[in-house]
Design a protein around this ligand. Structure first.
Ligand SMILES: Nc1ncnc2c1ncn2[C@@H]1O[C@H](COP(=O)(O)OP(=O)(O)OP(=O)(O)O)[C@@H](O)[C@H]1O
Length: 301
């Protein structure tokens, strides 16, 4: 079953088209990482799905129910902007009160369990107004998950958190994933997305440019495989013909005495180069293939 399905979903503010005809499908149980530069339209897209903004055109369904629809609200968890927390309410009260508002009031012990999951158990009875930025963020995450929703929207869940808290939140996300929850998360931390998300969507100028697993994204960008080969010394006479040949096979050739680096379009080209060196009877000691990182893929978009 699809957890999220959008069809031509669009949003304009006056004449400014911020989200442009997005068709996106997210399977139940996925962790989808939603990437994009500042101003790409990510928040606007999420705000439509979570009922904060009405779409200008197009449609969406959450957990198979056409939105907006209050019936499905109980099964959706949204991490609020930390600045919208109530300063005079304790962490515990927050969770109990806001779960009631969302239609699925939770017990005191459930609220305490969730505060423990985000590492706030020692602060359960402190007012949110006295919390640090990181503590507010954790409370916002707790608020998104306290009513045990099926679909969870997390907006930059770890930005601004200390290293230990980041690990704690990653573990929590993985645990939710194991429980079969669907998680839709934005992040500007590409390492984090690469590590914990099952699929990645890259948004630019209001459109989703690419969506896929890390392997699928890499396959798409394989035109930029960088290969470094360490080899036995090459005789000057061989080099005279080998070097021009390599320049034809790939790009950005950099030759040193014991190794060279070259960019090729496909794995077949790597095989061709290895065969060619073999025909010159040049031993190859090592082949390093540098696959594009998410950062490189992201920057290309
Ligand atoms: N309520 C609004 N009225 C007018 N323009 C808006 C409104 N909300 C967002 N925008 C514009 O829409 C564009 C996309 O903004 P959005 O907040 O969706 O981007 P984002 O990808 O979430 O960025 P960030 O990573 O910085 O949070 C921006 O140019 C922004 O100025």
């Amino acid at each position: 079953m699809l957890a999220i399905e959008t069809k031509q979903l669009s949003k304009s503010f006056w004449k400014n088209n911020v989200v442009k005809q997005i068709d996106l499908q997210v399977e139940k149980g996925e962790i989808l990482g939603f990437l994009g530069r500042n101003g790409a339209g990510k928040s606007t897209f999420i705000n439509m799905l979570t009922g904060i903004l009405p779409p200008s055109s197009g449609s969406y369904a959450l957990l198979g129910v056409q939105g907006p629809n209050n019936a499905v609200k109980k099964e959706i968890g949204v991490m609020p902007d930390y600045s919208s927390l109530y300063g005079s309410m304790t962490a515990l009260k927050h969770l109990r009160y806001l779960s009631e508002v969302s239609g699925k009031k939770v017990s005191q012990s459930r609220a305490m369990d969730v505060l423990q999951l985000v590492g706030l158990e020692a602060h359960a009875n402190k007012k949110a107004g006295k919390f640090s930025f990181g503590m507010k963020k954790k409370l916002a995450i707790a608020q998104a998950i306290v009513h045990d929703p099926q679909l969870i929207f997390l907006d930059e869940p770890t930005s601004g958190l200390d290293a230990e808290s980041v690990i704690q939140i990653h573990r929590l996300i993985q645990r939710l994933h194991q429980q079969g929850k669907t998680i839709f998360m934005t992040s500007h931390n590409l390492d984090e997305v690469e590590k914990i998300c099952s699929r990645i969507a890259i948004m630019k100028d209001g459109k989703i440019r690419r969506v896929g697993t890390m392997d699928e994204l890499r396959a798409y960008y394989q035109s930029t495989i960088t290969v470094t080969m360490k080899h036995a010394p090459i005789a000057a006479t061989d080099l005279a013909t080998l070097e021009p040949w390599l320049k034809q096979v790939g790009a950005q050739l950099e030759m040193e005495a014991s190794h060279f680096t070259i960019q090729v379009e496909s794995e077949q080209k790597i095989a061709e180069i290895i065969r060619a060196l073999g025909s010159y009877k040049i031993d190859i000691y090592r082949v390093d293939v540098d696959e594009p990182s998410l950062e490189e893929i992201f920057l290309e978009e």
